[in-house]
Design a protein around this ligand. Structure first.
Ligand SMILES: [Fe+2]
Length: 162
């Protein structure tokens, strides 16, 4: 039989089961990341104007990255004892980022909505550090922050009125 000390050390190394408050925040991160991925696809499909090809191509890369992040966040939640939101009803209930309606739109307003979504998600991310301090989670949050900062920069740079 293994000692309590061994179990405690192993738990620390792995990160262990997270507190419900932390898991809830990560579920919100997942739902918001999914929402921004869908918003990005909305731009990818419905953007119109002279920048169509550039924005269509850029958003293709961005939504793929966001969907990979959704998978990473879900697996992080599962490996720390939580249940990941995995149906549209749960995503809608847990997201805090607001989406614009679907429809053909000219570039600047449409891209600005997407930038606003990233900024809201960034705020949500920053709030998670207070409840998650283990290295694996903070590393993931750092990675997500960097990814959103690059996407915000690229989207802002594509606006015609800088
Ligand atoms: Fe596509």
């Amino acid at each position: 039989m293994r000692s309590m000390r061994y179990k405690e050390q192993r738990k620390k190394k792995f990160g262990g089961i997270m507190q419900p408050q932390a898991l809830k925040k990560l579920s919100g991160l997942l739902a918001n990341t999914y929402t921004v991925a869908v918003m990005t696809q909305n731009v990818h499909w419905h953007i119109q104007g002279s920048c169509f090809y550039a924005i269509h191509t850029m958003t293709d890369k961005q939504y793929r990255e966001l969907l990979e992040a959704v998978d990473m966040i879900a697996e992080h939640i599962r490996s720390h004892g939580g249940m990941a939101p995995a149906c549209m009803e749960e995503f809608i209930a847990q997201r805090t980022v607001s989406e614009p309606a679907t429809g053909l739109q000219n570039s600047d307003d449409f891209v600005q909505h997407l930038i606003d979504g990233h900024l809201e998600l960034r705020e949500h991310l920053l709030g998670i550090y207070a409840v998650c301090s283990d290295p694996a989670t903070t590393d993931m949050l750092d990675e997500r922050l960097r990814a959103h900062d690059v996407m915000i920069w690229m989207l802002r740079s594509s606006l015609s009125h800088l």
